[in-house]
Write a protein that binds this ligand. Structure first.
Ligand SMILES: [Zn+2]
Length: 347
């Protein structure tokens, strides 16, 4: 039976993608996906999957019963250029806001924020603690209202300065708040800083899904040209600091991108102002059509109204649970939705 033209184009795209795939190293492989699920992620037929295996797509197991690493499949599909795979479509959908006008990216925004962690065990162990990072939008001209912290014993608003994280002796913990953010567009003044931003953009890095153990690995940036939000931000902050420019990494959330903990860099420019450089959105904006060009302009710092910072740097977690005196698996849910605007807070 003749194969559909679409199947042939998908196969060609996936084969090209395989040539540039950064494969998860053997010591970090999960091999958590079977052939049927692999075909779904890649949007391909069984013939194409066999072709990819012949061409070196990493897998374990007997022929016909192979198992794949989900991160490999995701990254392969994302950079296949077919436009039809699940990862490509999910990406295009969750990044469609990058097409917004500059005005829309800067306007005041109110979001309902809810973060919840719960021990994953059926019965939580002794001496449990749960920790959540708090949103700190006041770091960049925003504000938090109606902050509540709720554990199994009930609800209580934190008194005084809530700090960067909240910890309770509890098997579960939830934080809710209304978070007000605003964007900012600033020119980069320091010539050294502009040169670093341009140098970073010219590296043409690829954002990829990486095993947790490699997400902070700055060496992968220089040796393989691949980065997570964490490693891209660490690398860029390093370049700044080596040039004598004060820079720190920051983690936080992005309104509209659920379950993604994002990372970016905060630099002190020659005019003394702290500016946000977001290395990963510059990379993303190359994969989505018609994005706002300011998102990848190395001469400006665009902090969008979608960024909700924590007070934490990369390497820290936005949520942690411990019981029986060790870190324990936990379920984390993140919801950030548009808040109904109230007249007295409207612009
Ligand atoms: Zn527990």
């Amino acid at each position: 039976m003749a194969r559909q033209p679409g199947a042939v184009m998908t196969a060609a795209g996936l084969c090209r993608g395989l040539d540039t795939l950064y494969a998860v190293p053997p010591e970090h492989r999960l091999d958590d996906v079977d052939r049927a699920s692999a075909r779904q992620v890649l949007g391909c037929d069984d013939h194409t999957l066999s072709t990819l295996l012949d061409r070196g797509l990493p897998a374990s197991g007997d022929p016909g019963e192979e198992r794949f690493d989900s991160r490999d499949l995701f990254n392969l599909a994302l950079y296949s250029g077919t436009g039809t795979t699940v990862p490509e479509q999910a990406f295009a959908y969750s990044l469609r806001w990058m097409r917004s006008s500059t005005e829309e990216l800067l306007a005041p925004r109110a979001s309902r924020f809810a973060l919840r962690i719960a021990c994953a065990a059926d019965t939580c162990g002794p001496r449990p603690t749960s920790t959540l990072a708090l949103p700190r939008p006041e770091r960049c001209g925003g504000a938090v209202r109606d902050l509540t912290v709720e554990d199994a014993d009930g609800t209580a608003g934190p008194s005084g300065d809530p700090g960067d994280t909240v910890t309770r002796t509890a098997s579960q913990l939830a934080v809710t708040a209304t978070v007000h953010t605003r964007g900012e567009l600033a020119e980069l003044r320091s010539p050294e800083l502009r040169a670093i931003a341009a140098e970073f953009a010219a590296m043409d890095l690829r954002w990829v899904k990486l095993p947790e153990a490699l997400q902070n690995d700055v060496d992968l940036v220089t040796t393989h040209g691949v980065a997570s939000c964490d490693s891209a931000s660490r690398y860029l902050a390093q370049l700044c600091r080596r040039a004598g420019i004060p820079a720190v990494t920051r983690i936080g959330w992005v309104v509209g991108m659920l379950d993604l903990v994002h990372a970016w860099v905060e630099v002190e420019d020659a005019d003394g102002a702290t500016k946000v450089i977001d290395p990963v959105f510059a990379l993303f904006s190359a994969t989505v059509r018609d994005t706002n060009p300011l998102l990848r302009d190395p001469a400006v710092a665009l902090r969008t109204n979608r960024l909700i910072p924590t007070g934490l740097s990369t390497g820290r977690a936005v949520a942690e649970h411990r019981c029986a005196d060790e870190p324990t698996a936990a379920r984390l849910t993140t919801k950030i939705l548009p808040a109904p605007t109230r007249p007295q807070e409207g612009s």
